[in-house]
Design a protein around this ligand. Sequence first.
Ligand code: ADE
Ligand code: ZN
Length: 318
Amino acid sequence: MTVPVPKAELHLHIEGTLEPEAALACAARNGVELPFASADALRAAYSFTDLASFLDLYYALMAVLRTERDFTELADAYLARAAAQGVRHAEIFFDPQAHLARGVALATVLDGLGAALAAAPARHGITTRLIMCFLRDRPAAEALEVFEAARPWFGTLVTGVGLDSAEVGNPPAPFAEVFGRARDAGLRRVAHAGEEGPPAYVREVLDVLGAERVDHGIRSLEDPELVARLVRERVPLTVCPLSNVRLRCVPDLAAHPLPRMLDAGLLVTVNSDDPSYFGGYIEDNYAALGLDDETSRLLAANSFRAAFLPEDERAAHL
Ligand code: ADE
Ligand code: ZN
């Protein structure tokens, strides 16, 4: 087997790494009933028609995650798989509101994830960052509440904020206040845009939220002026090919816009999004595109260029 190219993963929802076997084990341990008798039955449900159909299962399955141990084991299992696929640095998203809504305390989530992330350099050879995402289909006032509740972890564990969940019909602008507070608190800022939603949302996350990276951004290609701006300003796009196909944002891998994005001069990276649900981790996404070695190396270099790393650490990877 060829050795995977060393790379950073910049678009990864930790809840989207919950493998069917782990979900069932967690459910049994916590006495949570699931409407799936086996891992295969669960896997068979991983068939989606769009982002919304995926999010329904993604949020429902989170019911099994209840204790600090659950979150530690979830993150540790991801880090082990990521290390095997060449990941040396991972910037990991989590969805606090999805856990708070189920009665799981923020401290349970953060202390659980934090234990796995603290052990990651020695255990897996991976440095990490943790990015707290707000759900754009929930009120902006709720995002402000969770932002304030997470302050004790800012700078130490939580170093960035993001915006995710159902995109169409949920424009970014209402989250300007919370993103402004994040900037003032010294946090980095990313946002999903242009996955299912229009190029106008990509402009909005840049102009109104001050996003430093755009998650997905594939629909930017519909707007040549926007592409020119993204190229000029070197705005990184965290693209997730298997996700885009599984959620039918693009018809198949042959039609995936990544080659066109590279040709346009965009700072593109390849990532896995929710690997348990979309049929592959990061190297599987690289492999799915059938890239030549030079392009793989370029994408890997881009991943470190786009990472929230201090310059000396970045340089050590390039
Ligand atoms: N949450 C988890 N995965 C997501 C995706 N691909 N788009 C938006 N929100 C998400
Ligand atoms: Zn995502």
